[in-house]
Design a binder for this molecule. Structure first.
Ligand code: FAD
Length: 449
């Protein structure tokens, strides 16, 4: 009688951190763990609680630095070798269960592969495009190049086909357009249905939308309908070696930067605020392909009706948009009082710039919220940013650190603003700012004479 073969239980190993390899990416392993078995230490490295761990290996797969390994003891390695030898002798597959798990992953991988291309939504109001769309084409071009796919614009509206040519000038090679009166005014329902229709037909892997009021509204609705991930207010976009879009944004009140990936669904959706990405060069001679699409969407089927559009901009009122200014003279808590902002205004007038501020100045009711620069204010990218009496908290820096030239005036030599400043002046702003204004006036009058 043939001796019955002893069935050996296959060891599963344990996830273990490889010392020195963790890059403190922002706790991706912790987010991936379905059992809350991963805690982070103060260096941003994982501590794995093996009592909770179910060895699903998600932390291993998600790690961008391959810093977590599946560890087997020498005894376990011996058992694995024995199983391998047995399976070879009998001709049966080593681990059917493993194959099953792999097939689930393979299904997802196959589905993701159907999606190709980087899309940028071209926001417009009354046919006037929002410049954030062109900024997104700039960053989108880099992503498309790495992925070796098309960069495409999505133009939706009424009488807006001319925007396709502008999108080509900013780098798109294709434009999907849905141009009909039902899209005359922006309405969430009509626009999200149009985008979902296009996405379901053409399957882009990445969809970028400007984080404007309209874009925020639209992106949420599209992501919900498509049941895919959306990362809002990204400040950095890149591609990793697995073709995942790395979406970086401030988290926990701006104190850390988190990098988020959409692993299992497509498209990967991100919004980016205006002026976060640089405007690419425009080349009006560039050409592209226009793909005209339509769908059944009658006016009657849309619940929201636009009865009247009221322009809230007061005629004649002096409007200041810090986000559009080339020169910004910004003030913070160091200004001490509302009335002191006049010294910044005088300097801004001399330079042909505008006055901005930190959140502390808004909280103290010294300045209106529209002038606030930073994470919860505007993102700016002027040629010159003068920070006067601003400490340089991270939430302020994320809104202005991409300015071409940063000049900081602060009496504290250790103020963090000096870390991003091109030129730093340590001293009392109440002496320095009026002196700069006086010297500019002097130079001007000498030039005139
Ligand atoms: C979720 C969240 C979102 C936020 N969003 C924003 C945002 O969008 N924008 C923003 O700005 N902040 C934001 N903040 C607040 C931010 O954390 C800081 O509190 C704020 O930026 C500090 O403003 P400040 O630099 O004007 O004031 P302080 O930090 O008090 O700095 C004042 C500076 O003035 C200097 N100073 C004082 N007197 C003089 C003088 N006579 N001459 C020269 N220098 C002088 C001091 O040395 C000091 O460095 C946010 C915070 C949170 C939690």
């Amino acid at each position: 009688m043939e001796e019955e073969k002893k069935k050996i239980k296959k060891p599963r190993g344990i996830p273990r951190l490889i010392q020195g390899k963790c890059i403190a990416c922002g706790a991706r392993c912790q987010s991936a763990c379905p059992k809350d078995a991963v805690e982070m230490n103060d260096k941003g490295e994982p501590i794995i609680d093996l009592a909770k761990c179910i060895i699903c290996q998600k932390c291993i797969k998600v790690c961008p630095a391959d810093a977590i390994e599946l560890y087997f003891t020498p005894e376990q390695l011996k058992i694995l070798a024995e199983i391998e030898a047995q399976s070879k002798a009998s001709g049966t597959p080593v681990a059917e269960a493993e194959a099953e798990a792999d097939s689930e992953e393979a299904k997802i991988a196959a589905k993701l592969k159907e999606y190709k291309g980087v899309w940028v939504f071209v926001e417009q109001t009354g046919g006037k495009p929002a410049s954030v769309a062109w900024e997104l084409l700039g960053v989108g071009a880099n992503l498309a190049k790495i992925l070796n796919v098309d960069l495409c614009a999505v133009v939706i509206g009424d009488n807006v086909e001319n925007l396709c040519q502008e999108a080509f000038a900013y780098g798109a090679s294709k434009a999907y357009v849905m141009d009909t009166p039902v899209f005359h005014h922006y309405r969430t329902e009509a626009y999200y249905k149009a985008i979902c229709h296009l996405v379901n037909m053409y399957k882009p892997e990445i969809l970028l939308i400007g984080a404007t009021g309209l874009g925020r509204d639209l992106a949420g609705a599209v992501a919900t309908e498509l049941k895919t991930g959306l990362t809002a207010d990204c400040t950095g976009l890149a591609i990793d070696d697995k073709r995942f879009l790395l979406q970086t944004r401030p988290a926990f009140g701006g104190n850390i930067m988190a990098t988020i990936v959409t692993e299992k669904t497509r498209p990967q959706m991100s919004t980016v605020r205006p002026h976060v990405m640089p405007l690419p060069e425009k080349d009006a001679t560039r050409k592209g392909e226009i793909i005209r699409e339509s769908m059944t969407l009658s006016e009657d089927s849309i619940i929201t009706k636009v009865l009247e559009v009221i322009d809230t901009h007061k005629p004649g009122a002096q409007e200041v948009d810090v986000a559009e200014a080339d020169i910004i003279v910004s003030g913070g808590r160091g200004l001490l009082a509302r009335e002191n902002f006049h010294i910044l205004q005088e300097l801004a007038d001399e330079l042909g710039g505008v006055v901005g501020c930190s959140r502390s100045a808004v909280d103290a009711s010294w300045m209106p919220v529209e002038r606030q620069v930073g994470q919860t204010g505007k993102t700016v990218r002027p040629k010159i940013y003068l920070a006067c009496g601003i400490s340089g908290a991270i939430q302020h820096l994320v809104g202005m650190q991409d300015s071409d030239v940063i000049i900081a005036i602060n009496r504290d030599p250790n103020a963090p603003i000096f870390e991003v400043a091109t030129y730093g002046i340590v001293g009392d702003l109440f002496k320095i700012v009026p002196e700069i204004t006086r010297q500019i006036k002097d130079l001007r009058s000498k030039k005139v004479n």
